[in-house]
Design a protein around this ligand. Structure first.
Ligand SMILES: NC(=O)c1ccc[n+]([C@@H]2O[C@H](COP(=O)([O-])OP(=O)(O)OC[C@H]3O[C@@H](n4cnc5c(N)ncnc54)[C@H](O)[C@@H]3O)[C@@H](O)[C@H]2O)c1
Length: 350
């Protein structure tokens, strides 16, 4: 039996509840469809930081390298550990060390979920560049605390980085409805975004079967609200993608439904799957977190591992549950009740 080695990092707060729920669903799908998932649990979190002084051990990255995939809940406990410490101590080093340059987030309304828009028939795959651009970390401050103080933050766009994320987007479009929208701002950013547009045109030449349009980020934000059904694959730089995917989460009904994957496309390292939401300290320990975003992320993980049938079965089970109003409104059902309903639908499906 094929068995996958899974690194499970529940993290903090509701990360613990939602990963426990997703693991029940993943294990049920695996045993029905004849493959194995062998999870190893890592307690790397803010609690770990308070005990040891680090979010993960020094050899954390090397430990994770041998796994087929990583499933993460959420990290962060701002009351005791600054967010900059928790983010820079765990999530960002993993994304960077494993060249997870494609952050992908699906945005569509599950049956029974009411979004804030009149539009219903949208199905968008946002692809955000995950390693460089505006979040490269290049910059500095001088003359601090004086009237002459200066802060710089330099966006870095490399040919390799831009080309590979655009190719990834065009490849994804081929698996979907064959259209890419490349997000730009080349009217105002005359170096980086002109460069981005040039590479978009070059890459497009290799994909004559994929149609492409280029849209400025400001107009794009409006289009996601006014005409989301006109979009298929959306590809954007780190900052633009960060903002657009929060907009995407909002139009699909909120953070309880927003799934994501950090993909290392050449598979030289494990990819990491996680809900978009954080540790939600306000509801932690109450057993009411919506596990659907994490279950959806876990389905994306199985798809990435080559278990497309299991991924599809999980998504049908999630949709069967939401169609009955389960998990569609905050606090209506507990995490356990939502999980039980999805497990029951899965049992009927496979
Ligand atoms: N990838 C990550 O690990 C990640 C992402 C975002 C925030 N964080 C961290 O999480 C902590 C809390 O951040 P925040 O409060 O800004 O964002 P959050 O996503 O944790 O919560 C925002 C709001 O959404 C609600 N919410 C989030 N997920 C939910 C779910 N599954 N079901 C029901 N309600 C849900 C919360 O109750 C809260 O009211 C911070 O330390 C932050 O840095 C981590």
């Amino acid at each position: 039996m094929k068995t996958y080695k899974l690194a499970l990092i529940p993290g903090d707060g509701i990360g613990v509840d939602v990963t426990a729920s997703a693991m029940q669903v993943v294990q049920a799908a695996a045993s029905s469809l004849g493959f194995g998932i062998n999870p190893q649990h890592f307690d790397w979190s803010c609690a770990h930081y308070l005990e040891t002084g680090t979010m993960m051990p020094e050899n954390g990255i090397e430990t994770l390298r041998s796994f087929d995939a990583i499933l993460l809940g959420a990290v962060g406990w701002p009351e005791t550990v600054p967010d900059s410490v928790s983010l820079h101590g765990l999530l960002l080093p993993i994304r960077k060390a494993f060249t997870q340059y494609a952050n992908i987030r699906p945005h569509r309304l599950l049956p029974g979920v009411e979004g804030p828009l009149k539009a219903e028939g949208f199905d968008i795959l946002c692809i955000r560049e995950n390693t460089e651009g505006e979040y490269s970390g290049a910059g500095g401050r001088v003359h601090q605390g004086t009237v002459n103080e200066v802060a710089t933050e330099t966006a870095i766009f490399t040919r390799t980085g831009v080309e590979r994320i655009l190719r990834f987007a065009f490849d994804q479009a081929r698996l979907r409805r064959g259209h890419v929208t490349s997000v730009t701002k080349s009217n105002a950013q005359k170096y980086s975004m002109v460069f981005w547009d040039e590479i978009t045109r070059l890459v497009a030449q290799d994909y004559p079967d994929v149609t492409v349009d280029m849209m400025h980020i400001d107009a794009m934000a409006a289009r996601m609200v006014m005409a989301p059904e006109s979009l298929d694959v959306v590809v954007a730089s780190n900052l633009f993608g960060d903002i657009l995917t929060d907009l995407g989460a909002a139009i699909q009904g909120g953070l309880g439904f927003a799934a994501s994957a950090n993909i290392c496309p050449d598979r030289s390292s494990p990819s990491m799957f996680e809900p978009v939401h954080g540790s939600a300290p306000d509801i932690a320990g109450k057993g009411i977190a919506n596990p659907i975003a994490t279950i959806w992320s876990a389905a994306m993980m199985l798809d990435h591992l080559g278990e497309a049938e299991a991924a599809a079965a999980i998504m049908s089970a999630v949709e069967a549950a939401t169609a009955k109003g389960i998990g569609t409104r905050p606090g209506r059902q507990t995490t356990d009740e939502i999980t039980t309903a999805i497990l029951a639908a899965l049992e009927e499906n496979v």
